[in-house]
Design a protein around this ligand. Sequence first.
Ligand code: NAP
Length: 258
Amino acid sequence: MGSGTKSLFDLSGKVAVVTGGNRGIGFGMARGLARSGAAISLWARDEARNEAAAKELATSGVEVQTVGCDVSSERAVEEATQATLHRFGRVDIGIANAGVGAAADSLKLKLDEWHRILAVNLDGVFLTLRELGKHMAGREGGGKLIAISSVSAQHGTPLQPHYAASKGGIESMVRSFAVRLAKYDIQVNAVEPGWIETEATATGFANQKLKDAILRRTPARRLGQPEDMEGIAIYLGSDASRFHTGDTIRVDGGYAIF
Ligand code: NAP
């Protein structure tokens, strides 16, 4: 590998926002970016967990900021954007990862619960892309926006119509932002993780029958881990993806094709 290739993935001097970066997939992506040299601004609600994650990320030798933020609140996302700009002066990479899921029978799902999921997964991603996109478009130098969808955007999920709708919406939204922001050299993409072991999936994976069924359908024959998301974060956050926009990339060990 020549030195030119190596520099494609170098993120030193870059600043990345990761929403929901204090654990799980967001933390895995933040760690990938930090390992490539990016400073991290980590937005999530639980301040103690934010601090613990920041401490771990800082072992990569990069600067890490934490911002208490509920991404479903317009004001909170605006304030978090300002707090990040105040600390670092710019944002180059934004990962809208914060999300929640819950199982509910499609025929019994209450409207309040529908709204609760969409408020975080759809409003939160929209607000994050809008605020960071506005900042990136208003200065020279381009940028990278990444939103975390799910294979549930494609599958029939009888117990998660709200979650599935939010993830399908993210993929459509990403294409709108990609076209709107292309002239500023800002690339906008979505990532569709498959089954990843995190707190969000712990209860599901405690059910051995479900876990076995998932593993049978996964050619990689294992569940994904947060660190499996490092590489896609680096690729989509770096110059390596400079002509790649409006896409959805699946990272699922082959689950969706089997
Ligand atoms: P997780 O372990 O439960 O982590 C969720 C993260 O989001 C936490 O950092 C949490 O921090 C943050 N968060 C939740 N609500 C928030 C809010 N209102 N405002 C700001 N931050 C909020 O979940 P995960 O499995 O890593 O999932 C991360 C993303 O990947 C989600 O969008 C999820 O839908 C998606 N995904 C997961 C899987 C999987 O198999 N695990 C598969 C496909 C897609 P606080 O609680 O401190 O706010």
